[in-house]
Design a protein around this ligand. Structure first.
Ligand code: JCH
Length: 261
C-alpha cells in the first residue's frame, strides 16, 4: 500500500517510521510519504493560514497550498489509479472503527490531509471531491489540535492489517473472532506478584476450561465497561453457557438480539 500524508508538521509523523510499520516499509509492504504543506506556499513567509470569512476565533487553512499539494500527490500516483481515497481527519467526520480500518486496508493508495487551526477551507474538500473519494473521519468524540495524531492512529490501525506486517497472523484472527466483545485479561510470569495471583484456571493446563473462562471474562468486561456493545447485539453466536453468563449480567435474548432486563 502507498500512503501519502500532507501536514505542516511532517516531523509529527516520524514515529510511523519506527517499529512494526518501519519494518513494513523496509520490507516494501508499505510506502509512506509525508509531505510538508509549506513546500506548496510561495509567499515570503510561506503562509498557510488566514482569518475566517464571517468572523470568529482562530485561523483557517488557505486553499491554494492544499490545491497544489494534493495535485502533487495525484501526479505522483499511478495513472491507473482511479479516484484515490482522501481521508480528512475532522471532529465532524464519521467515526473511525476497526471495520473502517479493514475497509481502508483494501485500498492500493490512501492520502491523508492533516488540518490545523480551525480546519481547512471547505472549498478544498469540494475541489478534492472531483479527484478523490473524500472521507472526513473522526478518531472519536473529543477535540484534538490538528489531524496529525488522528492520522498516526489510523495509519497504525490500517498498516497492521496489511498482509505480512504482523508477524503472527493468528493475533489478527483472534481479534476478528472477538464478535465485538472486549478482550479477556492476560497474564505472564511470575504466577504470584505483590500478593496478586494469576487465576488458577490459567495454570490448569485444561484448554477447554481456559477457553470458557476467557469467554466469560470477555462477557463480564464488556457488560461492565461497554454495555452499549451488548445491547442489540446478534445473539446467534452465543451458546447455552454464554447465555447463562449474560442472563446473570442482566441480558436476555429477545428475537435473536440481546436486551437488558
Ligand atoms: C482538528 C479543531 C475544529 C478544533 C484542526 C484540524 C479529530 N477526532 C478528532 N478530534 N479532533 C480532530 C481534529 C482533526 C483535524 C483538525 N483541528 C482543531 C478543529 C474545531 O471545531 C470545534 C476545534 C481536530
Amino acid at each position: 500500500m502507498r500512503i501519502d500524508v500532507v501536514s505542516i508538521f511532517p516531523e509529527y509523523l516520524a514515529p510511523l517510521k519506527l517499529s512494526l510499520l518501519g519494518r513494513a516499509q523496509e520490507d516494501g509492504l508499505l510506502q509512506l510519504d509525508v509531505h510538508d504543506l509549506r513546500d506548496f506556499a510561495f509567499d515570503r513567509h510561506r503562509t498557510v493560514d488566514d482569518t475566517p470569512y464571517g468572523g470568529g476565533a482562530g485561523m483557517v487553512m488557505k486553499p491554494e497550498p492544499w490545491g497544489l499539494a494534493l495535485e502533487a500527490v495525484l501526479a505522483s500516483l499511478e495513472a491507473a489509479e482511479r479516484r484515490p481515497t482522501l481521508i480528512v481527519p475532522s471532529p465532524a467526520g464519521e467515526v473511525f472503527t476497526q471495520a473502517l480500518a479493514y475497509e481502508l486496508a483494501e485500498e492500493p493508495t490512501l492520502t491523508f490531509a492533516c488540518g490545523r487551526y480551525e480546519g481547512i477551507d471547505e472549498r478544498v474538500l469540494e475541489w478534492a471531491g472531483e479527484r478523490f473519494r473524500v472521507r472526513p473521519v473522526s478518531l472519536g468524540d473529543y477535540v484534538l489540535n490538528g489531524g496529525e495524531v488522528a492520522v498516526m492512529a489510523m495509519v497504525e490501525a490500517i498498516g497492521r492489517l496489511l498482509p505480512g506486517v504482523v508477524g503472527n497472523p493468528e493475533s489478527l484472527v483472534e481479534e476478528s473472532h472477538s464478535d465485538g466483545l472486549l478482550e479477556y485479561p492476560v497474564y505472564t510470569k511470575p504466577s504470584s506478584w505483590r500478593g496478586h495471583d494469576v487465576p488458577e484456571v490459567l495454570l490448569s493446563g485444561n484448554h477447554g476450561l481456559i477457553a470458557r473462562w476467557r469467554r466469560e471474562q470477555q462477557l463480564r468486561r464488556t457488560a461492565g465497561r461497554r454495555p452499549e456493545l451488548l445491547v442489540g447485539a446478534d445473539a446467534s453466536g452465543f451458546g447455552r453457557e454464554e447465555r447463562a453468563v449474560l442472563a446473570e449480567l442482566g441480558y436476555d435474548v429477545v428475537d435473536g438480539r440481546l436486551e437488558r432486563h
